[in-house]
Design a protein around this ligand. Sequence first.
Ligand code: SAM
Length: 229
Amino acid sequence: ILDQRLQKVVSYIPQGAVLADIGSDHAFVPCYCIQQNLVERAIAGEVNLGPMEAAQAQVALVQLEEKIEVRLGSGLTVLRPGEATAITIAGMGGTLIATILEEGKTHLSGEERLILQPNVDAVDVRKWLLANGYALLSEAIVKENEKIYEILVAQKGEESLYADNLERREWELFFGPQLTREKAPAFVEKWQTEKQKRQYILEQMRRGNDSEVLQGKIETIERLIQKMD
Ligand code: SAM
């Protein structure tokens, strides 16, 4: 059984796809998709040996070695172009997801559906998609165990979700074009929390400055005292 976040990711995988799950610690997504008869075959890619072994163990446990191939390697480099028709990259920062896409783009045929779940910095993923001719098909936001996750679904093609207006587009890249329009409760909560985090940092910085001023005054008085001695 998958958690809500991964359930949502899986809901965007087309029926009958050949799936590649990149960063597939435990291979939960590939195993689930095969067990549900959602996909025909799957590849689980992992860059780290420990998680790769965990994925192999899980695949063996559910006896799906015939259908799921676990591969060790970084990002999309474990794939031959066109081998997978749907690619999931979930549970990492958006900057890392964008790097994986950029470094591995020669391993894409351009036909794949990309289902990406950045934990933070989704803006980096949106920017990569836009710069590389991918259209956002859909965006979703999920709250689970007090954490909020964004899911972006993309496919090569003409972009239609973003506004033409450049200023508006910058805004949408940051917050998400569909998410901004929908304003789901989790979306509102996410940005309220993000605002509070930044306000807190700002407060700490201001306090920091205050303490520097105070420190300066102490040193001035110390110099005065030394002169009086
Ligand atoms: N995808 C799963 C999920 O969403 O629950 C696992 C997320 S786990 C936090 C991130 C996984 O990505 C780790 O197992 C890590 O080893 C792997 N990873 C990090 N960078 C990677 C890369 N460049 N290529 C493949 N896997 C990577």
